[in-house]
Design a protein around this ligand. Structure first.
Ligand SMILES: [Zn+2]
Length: 531
């Protein structure tokens, strides 16, 4: 008879605990264990004996063959927090490298039989460990699914996705309980697997029932959750210790990235994030690179797999510092998505690599001809770069070549650079009535800095308004004329003003309504009036 609980027994016990004890009791038990209230654990003939230090000292017997026969000397008599605490204590010891219990015992003998024993979590092999983890996930997922289904009827149609959100929350809450006392790197690995498990299940469900409609921010939240749990704090000098576990996780991710069905999650992002861990192993990088190159050779250039392999490979090059090579690889793409490239553009911007940023933006702008949103984002980068870098002219050139789509961005940077004349020429050249409100605001700014630059654009503006030939447009023309007059005055060019306004009045003598507005505005006197 073994005097140590097997993984299988522990997994079974976990299931009993979670199905018979309420969530409150479980969480109290967890606290009890955290506060080291459990002592004297013994295991004999499928019975666990323990003493828990609660309000009093209580003796606990957990019957592994018949959980219902488990007892405690507290008021509850059974299914109590003391039983839960005992379970967590055993669980933590079983999966802890500093296992006291284990140290006292002789090295475990291989038991012939169907249930493989896990030697120690300090030297994980993917076989045993991942198996146990997955058996936990499977059970918790099933329970979460049934729980939600039972309490949130009907589990159908338009509210379907809603229930999956609950399944996700419920699942995560339950599986995380197990790893609370583990070393951080194993917590991360375990949680990575848990996230992979639930994401693949949600994706499968989503592909199966096309009625599920996901909110994209929830999807993003799940992805962030997974990425946040990646074991990035591993000791990379001893990566080989974790390699089987990491490789196994990577296999799941890769399979999803290159799956046949259209994916629910951004596996490309997740796949790339794994590089920050596995990229420390040159052999791994070599193998994965070969794999990606093969996909690029074999897939159709317009296929999702070609796209994903290209982005992934470029990412590897970029991460090894080969930025130019990364760009050369990316240039094979017909329709790059900006969302997959933000990472690099942001990096060049933050590290002030202006030449590289310029190169990449210049490439992108040629591929984004029809995509106004993406163009807008590229122009945003230009404006930001132009405001920060000393070598701004090349970003100005991108905006110039992007006209007319880049009009607003171009105007913004010309103003920023106090290039008021160019701004005025630009606005005059690409004038549109719908922009007048914006132009008016910009003009107010220019008026405070270099009013004389406004004269040509105000001249044009007035003519446009007069040509609209209605009372309202004449009134607006007079408003502009008043602004113009104040500029002439300030510039001590009152003579030029007089010449201008009398010529203007003379030019439109037949427009009586306009003449009236000029007089009302005090811009001309009666002697200008023609008969
Ligand atoms: Zn009790």
């Amino acid at each position: 008879m073994s005097n140590e609980i097997s993984s299988r027994q522990l997994t079974d016990l976990a299931e009993k605990i979670y199905s018979h004890l309420s969530r409150d009791v479980i969480s109290q038990g967890l606290d009890y264990n955290k506060n080291n209230r459990v002592n004297q654990i013994e295991f004999k003939d499928s019975i666990i004996y323990s003493v828990v230090n609660g309000a009093n000292l209580y003796s606990i017997k957990i019957n592994l063959n018949d959980f219902a026969q488990s007892t405690c000397t507290c008021q509850e008599k059974t299914y109590c927090k003391h039983i839960a605490a005992t379970f967590f204590c055993i669980y933590a010891r079983h999966y802890s490298p500093e296992s006291n219990a284990r140290a006292k015992q002789p090295p475990p003998k291989k038991i012939a039989g169907s249930h493989k024993k896990i030697d120690s979590i300090a030297q994980p092999g993917p076989e045993g460990l991942v198996e146990v983890w997955f058996s936990i996930f499977e059970r918790e997922y099933g329970q979460a699914y049934r729980f939600v289904k039972q309490y949130f009827k009907p589990f159908v149609d338009h509210e379907y996705y809603n229930h999956f959100y609950k399944v996700y929350d419920e699942f995560k809450k339950k599986v995380n309980v197990y790893c609370n006392n583990w070393p951080l790197e194993f917590q991360n690995l375990y949680q990575t697997y848990a996230n992979l498990y639930i994401l693949t299940h949600l994706e499968d469900a989503s592909q199966k029932y096309d009625k599920i409609r996901w909110e994209y921010y929830i999807i993003e939240g799940y992805e962030k959750d997974l990425i946040g749990n990646l074991p990035t704090a591993l000791n990379f000098d001893h990566l080989d210790k974790f390699m089987p576990l990491l490789q196994n996780a990577m296999d799941i991710i890769r399979k999803r990235l290159f799956q046949k069905n259209s994916p629910l999650f951004n596996w490309l992002l997740i796949y790339r994030c794994m590089y920050s861990i596995l990229g420390h192993d040159p052999q791994w990088v070599h193998n994965e690179t070969t794999f990606l190159e093969e996909i690029m050779r074999e897939a159709d250039k317009n296929h999702r797999h070609f796209y994903n392999a290209t982005i992934a490979l470029a990412h590897y090059r970029f991460q090894s510092g080969l930025t130019n090579e990364a760009l050369i690889i990316l240039q094979q793409l017909n329709n790059p998505r900006l969302v997959d490239l933000h990472y690099y553009l942001d990096f060049f911007y933050t590290s002030e690599q202006w030449n590289t940023l310029y190169q990449w933006l210049n490439w992108l702008i040629m591929r984004m001809e029809n995509n106004q949103d993406s163009l807008g984002e590229i122009f945003d980068y230009c404006v930001a770069a132009m405001e920060k870098s000393h070598d701004a002219e090349k970003f100005v050139q991108i905006l110039k070549s992007g006209l007319p789509q880049s009009l607003e961005h171009y105007a913004t940077i010309l103003l920023h650079a106090r290039r008021h004349q160019e701004w005025a020429e630009l606005r005059a050249c690409y004038w549109s009535a719908s922009d007048e409100e914006v132009i008016e605001k910009e003009a107010d700014l220019v008026k405070s800095r270099e009013p004389i630059a406004l004269i040509p654009i105000y001249h044009q503006w007035v003519l446009r308004l007069i040509e609209e030939r209605n009372r309202r447009s004449y009134q607006n023309a007079v408003k502009i004329l008043k602004k113009l007059r104040s500029i002439y005055k300030e510039q001590k060019m009152i003579h030029s003003w007089n010449v201008y306004i009398s010529q203007l009045a003379a030019r439109y003598t037949r427009m009586r309504a306009f003449q009236e507005e000029l007089q009302k505005g005090g811009l001309i006197h009666h002697d200008h009036k023609t008969h």
